[in-house]
Design a protein around this ligand. Sequence first.
Ligand SMILES: Cc1ncc(COP(=O)(O)O)c(C=O)c1O
Length: 361
Amino acid sequence: MLPMTGAEVLDYDPDPRGRRSARQAVAAYYAARGVRLEPEQLVLTTGTSEAYSFLFRLLCDPGDEILVPAPGYPLFDFLADAECVRLVTTPLVYDGAWQLDLATLEAGMTARTRAVVLVHPNNPTGHYTTHAESDALFAICRRHRLAVIVDEVFLDYPLQSVAAADAASFLARPTDIPVFVVSGISKIAALPQMKLAWIAVAGGESVEAASTREAALERLEVLADTFLSVSTPVQVALPQWLAQSDAMQERICARVSANLSALDALLAAQPVCWVSRLRAEAGWYAIVRVPALQTDEELAMMLLERGVWVHPGSFFAMPQAGWLVLSLLTPQDEFAAGLRVLLEAVAQQASEQERDQARRR
Ligand SMILES: Cc1ncc(COP(=O)(O)O)c(C=O)c1O
């Protein structure tokens, strides 16, 4: 329950970084995951969008550039536009698993580049940035004097086991370059409507890194103080929501895993394998490959007419046509029923296309 009465809630004594008790609860959330973080390293925001907006203002002047791997979270375009920052995408490559193309990423850097944004694990590809990749990325960013912003909203939702170091928060990956981790309760506690997220400012132990971190925190504090946007009741409730989030996460993980297994079973049962899925290590989504007989959007609209909601891959900047993104959060019976409609529709279209081609030959 959201407390709306009581001395704590009615008292207005704002701390620009967020109430200390709320920041302590976030630090405890990280401590439970083996990450040491001081409440002083945190700034609370009303959502990750506000966190991004603060970070883009902190790191960029108008016209500066941020590098973002694609496919990825579609909101970045809008967030960057709103701050007059240019978003430059750099491709992720898939070869049985997703990975950063670090050479292309570095080639995409210009004198105006200020930061690289990663989503770890990524939405919608569901892959973690491995420890080896982050080490190599840190070296590149050190050379170009860039910061790294890492969105970890899906970190608590593994779908298959990977090396612990690869699934670990970036807050547990030592570096001297500025690293800003963004997360929040929309996914951690499944409470998107409560609007609470945070920026955790990492950075190494060297004197230079510590002073960069303090300067960033002071500037973020001014930005946060300008808005004081996180409401008191939500901050008061945060420790309880975080304390209860394990139970919610278990239920979500169970449903997402069950849906992934149902997807695999239905894909394996196709008489002809028109649809396949990509490896997913974490998160709430599955990417499926379908025959590219029309644009992803046309296919999504056709399925919508049959009562099935899917995301077109182009929505997440998938490289070509023929990709759909499925939410694994759907109730299990609805997911299986929707999937049957999808498989039937795709098989029907693909076999009609084959017959047409045979007739023309
Ligand atoms: C990668 C990623 N970050 C952030 C969010 C949203 O977070 P918030 O509700 O805190 O703005 C989403 C929502 O789907 C997301 O996919």
